[in-house]
Design a protein around this ligand. Structure first.
Ligand code: SF4
Length: 378
């Protein structure tokens, strides 16, 4: 059977699709690069913003319009299998079958290991399949050596998150923080090195809170740095409230670690940070940025959300002020989008779409200028 797998969303989804591709190949499937000649079409989905989900609903609508070649209403004979996997599958579960009857397979991020067998079951039993139960992933999911990129590899060190920032859907779709056994992580890094890949990024929703039987994040960084044959590595994503005091000296001293830090600030207003349940104040973030610059002196990038419920002009000015002060090398600037299950969903989304657009453009232009001036100082 031929399978077409389309990936949406973050680096974690990219790594999930890569690992799943390897498992599908080992289960005898052929990976197709076009949905048209595939027997199964899988969408690995993202739920971090409404827009990301809208795209999938419209894709499914498009597929439905394709009519008979995909018709399946009564039986599943000789038709394409349509699968929605990843965060949206966990977010909506069997509701997806109701909203998009064209779908046969719904599998959450922590159940992806079962995708190959579920596809075979759908063909054999001509029935739909739903797997959205497990809130902790089996480590066999990472066994395949398949790698999309021959020069760089993502290696997951932890899945899920227990921080419950009030706007974030991740803990509800990927579960609470689950840290992988360091031996499994080192084995995976070793396998990538043996494949000739000498550059890896350690991946987690919040890598700083990594802990496994006495091995914390900083110890893990040292263990990865000692890996023979590894040329360089980095990590993604950090959380200001969990950055330990050992981290920056470690980043300075480890020869293979890239001198770049992605540290999401999310807002320059303490009032908004509190409502976001971020667990730190702007003063703490400012101190971290200063210390990082003094100790490591590398690149510093961030994420920020504008238009969070009740964000005033004053709050927004504080975010712009912080950007002018810290001078990030780059920043991802997002418009707030209310997410199901989250705390913030109960807050009125008071900042209008126009106002969000306006603030988004202001901050984007400000950051563009900062990045340009840093690249070519006058
Ligand atoms: S740290 Fe906050 S924003 Fe990041 S994944 Fe966890 S809950 Fe979401």
């Amino acid at each position: 059977m031929k399978v077409f797998l389309k990936t949406y969303g973050c680096q974690m989804n990219e790594r999930d699709s890569e690992a799943l591709t390897g498992l599908l190949q080992e289960a005898g499937f052929i990976i197709s690069d076009s949905p048209d000649d595939a027997d199964a079409v899988l969408f690995n989905t993202c739920s971090v913003r409404e827009h990301a989900e809208e795209r999938i609903w419209s894709n499914l609508g498009q597929l439905k319009k394709k009519g008979p070649s995909l018709s399946l209403r009564i039986n599943h004979a000789n038709k394409k299998i349509i699968g929605v996997i990843g965060c949206m599958a966990q977010n909506y579960k069997d509701e997806i079958f109701k909203r998009a009857p064209i779908v046969d397979l719904v599998v959450g991020p922590n159940d992806l290991l079962s995708v190959p067998i579920l596809i075979k079951n759908i063909v054999k039993e001509k029935s739909r399949a739903l797997a959205v139960s497990t809130m902790e992933r089996e480590q066999d999911f990472y066994v395949s050596n398949f790698r999309e990129n021959k020069n760089h590899a993502y290696v997951v060190i932890s899945e899920g998150c227990s921080n419950f920032c009030s706007y974030c859907v991740v803990p509800y779709v990927r579960g609470r923080l689950h840290c992988r056994n360091p031996q499994d992580i080192l084995d995976e890094v070793k396998r990538t090195i043996e494949l000739g890949i000498k550059d890896v990024t350690l991946l987690g929703q919040n890598v700083n809170s990594y802990k496994f039987e006495g091995i914390d994040f900083v110890k893990l960084l040292r263990m990865v740095n000692d890996m023979e044959g590894l040329k360089n590595f980095s990590f993604l994503t950090s959380h200001p409230k969990d950055v330990s005091k050992e981290l920056f000296p470690m980043m300075r001293d480890l020869e293979k670690i890239k001198k770049s830090l992605h540290l999401p600030v999310q807002s320059g207003s303490d009032r908004i940070l509190k409502m976001m349940n971020r667990g730190y104040a702007v003063s703490h973030y400012r101190k971290l940025a200063e210390e990082y610059r003094k100790t490591v002196g590398g690149l510093l990038s961030t994420d920020v959300i504008i238009g969070f419920p009740s964000e005033t002009e004053e709050d927004f000015k504080k975010t712009c002020g912080l950007f002018k002060e810290i001078q990030f090398d780059s920043a991802y600037i997002f418009k707030y989008s209310s997410r199901p299950h989250t705390e913030a969903q109960n807050l009125s989304d008071s900042v209008s779409v126009e106002e969000k657009e306006k603030r988004h453009k202001i901050l984007l232009d400000l950051q563009k200028n900062i990045s340009k001036n840093k690249r070519c100082p006058k």
